[in-house]
Design a binder for this molecule. Structure first.
Ligand code: P53
Length: 474
């Protein structure tokens, strides 16, 4: 058996894409609560000042899949599949509705007490993200989001409250979801609204510094509250960026592009700004403002493990003419790889890329890895007898899991695997329900119509067997 006996198999969701109940029990608005679905969502993500002043007909996060009320039934399904771990996030504005209050909202805290108790009832370990694209909206309108150093203090207060409250219920924590998203969709990642006359890189990297400091402060608080009983991780939208050709210029470009994504983890894992940032920041005309204690803090509180999402590899060319053909099937631009197929949403499917990425991450950091997102967003048809024949999803996952096991056999230390959207939920990138990832079908459509009934897909039974055999059946 290649995987450890206590390998953590499971699934992942995020509060804002599942819970709904967007105003219930005192919850404040977060940045996602003003985002619509479909084409309008893209526009809103990249022109957030428009979204802030516009009224849309449908906001998918407001009801999402109503997980706030259905979590007991849903977790029961996860338990039936044999989940050992369940990744979700805490909605920051449930705990601090505006974000800058002195005292937390008790009702919000109670919800997560119940949720984590429900997981524990089945022996499922919660894996909890502190900030998954849902910074309180008030902190954006009033303070300018993560460009403002004050966010560090608000986040620290929030982190301390939840780390302390759930110290006996949650062991694994992630400080920021896909921390590199800040560079690609700055509003999503950092609540940033960047003006045309600003140096966008300056704003983004300064906000990144604030998040990196905040992440270390959360780790510090965690160690003070619960010592080694906590495991604190960073989280990267990871995807090895391949050179378009074997031309040395392309190879160099790929090294440089990879440094831009690994930058975040270099700081979070090694505890210092990597030396290549001297040149990078010089060329981008970026000057990071730091407080005197920042460097010592980053050094003293690195993460315990490296978590990441993986959906696709990427491709870059040093030739600007060639690179112009890059498209963004998701937040990340890439050239088309002629050896790969793509999903219905244009995400290129590359199981071996997962093995490559795992090897790179482990070589670079020598810390345990945790795959906390991976999966296929696809259109599913509910059959007359209430199931979905999702062989395409099984195929995608089987190939990725096989490569994951190969990577472990290569010597990579891997804690666990949580597939993305283990129950259908709202897409982050497009706001659609139609883009489904789950083992469990949720009867709701893009407009929010439907019964919300849950149905087990074919992949539900397949994944159950994968877990039962610890991957041996693959
Ligand atoms: P969706 C792209 C765009 C937005 C969020 O994405 C993304 C990515 C891919 O890295 O990141 C994660 O729902 C994210 C999840 C999200 C998942 O990818 O657009 O952490 O919240 O749902 C899949 O298909």
């Amino acid at each position: 058996m290649v995987l450890k006996k206590d390998f953590l198999w499971g699934g992942a969701i995020a509060a804002n894409q599942a819970e709904g109940a967007y105003k219930e029990d005192g919850k404040g608005l977060s940045l996602v609560d003003i985002l619509p679905a479909g084409e309008e969502r893209r526009e809103a993500l990249f022109n957030p000042e428009v979204a802030l002043s516009k009224e849309y007909s449908h906001y998918p996060s407001h009801e999402a899949i109503d997980f706030y009320h259905t979590y007991q039934e849903d977790i029961k399904h996860f338990a039936e599949m044999g989940f050992k771990v369940f990744r979700t996030s805490i909605s920051w504005p449930r705990i601090f509705p505006k974000g800058d209050e002195a005292e937390p909202n008790e009702k919000g805290l109670e919800f997560y007490d119940q949720l984590f108790d429900e997981c524990r009832k089945y022996g499922i370990e919660p894996l909890v993200t502190l900030n998954h694209f849902d910074t309180p909206l008030y902190l954006i309108e009033e303070y300018g989001g993560w460009r403002n150093r004050k966010l560090v203090g608000f986040y620290e207060r929030y982190a301390k409250v939840v780390l302390d409250r759930y110290k006996d219920k949650v062991k694994y924590w992630l400080t920021f979801n896909e921390i590199n998203m800040l560079l690609h969709i700055p509003f999503f990642g950092g609540g940033l609204i960047i003006k045309d006359d600003e140096n966008a890189n300056q704003v983004k990297y300064q906000a990144a510094h604030h998040q990196l400091v905040a992440s270390s402060l959360a780790t510090k608080a965690a160690k003070e509250i619960n010592g080694e009983n906590f495991m604190i991780g960073c989280m990267l939208a990871a995807a090895e960026i391949y050179p378009y050709t074997c031309h040395p210029d392309d190879m160099l470009k790929s090294v440089k592009e990879n440094q831009k994504q690994y930058f975040f983890i270099d700081v979070q894992s090694r505890g210092e700004y990597p030396s290549y940032t001297n040149r990078l920041f010089r060329e981008l005309n970026v000057k990071i403002e730091m407080e005197p204690s920042d460097e010592a803090l980053l050094k003293a509180y690195p993460v315990d493990f490296i978590s990441f999402s993986y959906y696709s590899s990427r491709l870059t060319s040093a030739d600007p003419e060639v690179n112009k053909k890059s498209t963004s099937g998701n937040a990340f631009k890439s050239l088309k790889n002629p050896y790969l197929q793509a999903s219905d949403w244009g995400w290129q499917i590359d199981p071996i890329g997962l093995r490559v990425t795992m090897n790179q991450l482990y070589d670079r950091y020598q810390k345990p890895l945790f795959i906390v997102e991976n999966g296929l967003g696809a259109v599913d048809e509910l059959t007359a007898d209430g199931t979905v024949e999702d062989d395409y999803r099984i195929e995608y996952m089987r190939e990725h899991l096989k490569q994951m096991i190969e990577a472990v056999d290569d010597g990579v230390d891997l804690i666990g695997y949580t597939s993305w959207g283990c129950i259908d939920l709202v897409s982050a990138g497009t706001g659609e329900m139609k883009k489904r990832y789950g083992f469990i079908y949720v009867d709701r459509d893009n407009e929010g119509n439907g019964t919300s009934e849950r149905y087990k897909k074919k992949s539900f039974y397949w994944y159950k067997e994968v877990i039962e055999t610890n991957g041996e059946c693959l």
